[in-house]
Design a binder for this molecule. Sequence first.
Ligand SMILES: NC(=O)c1ccc[n+]([C@@H]2O[C@H](COP(=O)([O-])OP(=O)(O)OC[C@H]3O[C@@H](n4cnc5c(N)ncnc54)[C@H](OP(=O)(O)O)[C@@H]3O)[C@@H](O)[C@H]2O)c1
Length: 335
Amino acid sequence: MSPWRAVRAALRVYVAGALVMLSQLLRRCLGGFSEPVFPPQPGRVAIVTGGTDGIGYATARRLARLGMHVILAGNDQRKAQEAVRKMKEETLNGQVEFLYCDLACMRSIREFVQAFRQKGLPLHVLVNNAGVMMVPQRSTRDGFEEHFGLNYLGHFLLTNLLLDVLQASGCAGRCARVVSVASATHYVAHMDMDDLQGRRGYSAHGAYAQSKLALVLFTYQLQALLAARGCPVTANAADPGVVDTDLYRHVFWGRSLLKRLAAPWFFKTPEEGSWTSVFAAVSPSLEGRGGRYLYNERETRSLGASYDPHLQQQLWAASCRLTGLRDSSRPLTPE
Ligand SMILES: NC(=O)c1ccc[n+]([C@@H]2O[C@H](COP(=O)([O-])OP(=O)(O)OC[C@H]3O[C@@H](n4cnc5c(N)ncnc54)[C@H](OP(=O)(O)O)[C@@H]3O)[C@@H](O)[C@H]2O)c1
């Protein structure tokens, strides 16, 4: 990639972020964010990836407060022990546990699913939340560019491996739900199907944005497949806004300093950032409704290209090839 294209990708990402931050500032000035109320969820089970930190922690904690049995899926055992202890204390819910899952490693994802299955639990909510942003160019254990491999492909594999459990746990009138955490950066992304992993030139900004667009395309294709099969499972994308978390740790110090100074006005807190994910996970208003892009606990339009069924199918087929999954969409959606 030419340096100019990388600069353009970065600029597009910052413009998208700045617009969201301005709208958040406006909302704060006009009375702030009001906490939504959700109905209790006793007896239901959720997995939250990246549930040990940031938006994921706040999402998992809220689900635990609603009475769900919550499994935090993460790649840091020590951090997770502390997160579980804290969450149990804060929610008074003893059904919070950790299972190791490195989303940047397909074998680890398969082992996680096996360990989860051994528990014999149902699964009502899967929140695909874990992610990295603007990391230097590097690969996952399986050799995929990290944003693509971890943010997107890891969740593609995880969701597909858990689909039968989700399907068996949902029922008409009470569907199981898949929530994938997207980002406004997807609006400025370009899905290059010939170079999904940035081999022709790397832009950390472009790679992050593309991984989020991939999650939106995946959500819509998944929803189409679930609906075609009459499965009691829905899939939605949740955009948290711009949230004050450690996600920005790879952003250089000047911007980090700016973030610290601006955060109280321009950023959502992790708690506020979790509301759209929780809304997608449990809101009765979304019962049976999937294939939506949710932002500020409301449905909104995603990037025009994300609704392109051909692009959705192309990405799905490529993802099956890369993860070694059988492409079960083929007979249902002939090209
Ligand atoms: N913050 C924002 O402004 C913003 C805006 C739009 C979208 N989002 C999205 O929101 C999601 C949560 O981000 P956040 O802001 O809460 O950031 P965060 O505080 O950095 O949390 C990210 C989580 O992902 C986990 N994770 C990273 N690599 C992993 C791996 N290989 N395997 C398993 N878990 C892994 C992290 O665990 P470790 O730290 O232990 O690795 C952490 O728990 C991400 O998908 C992000 O793209 C955030």
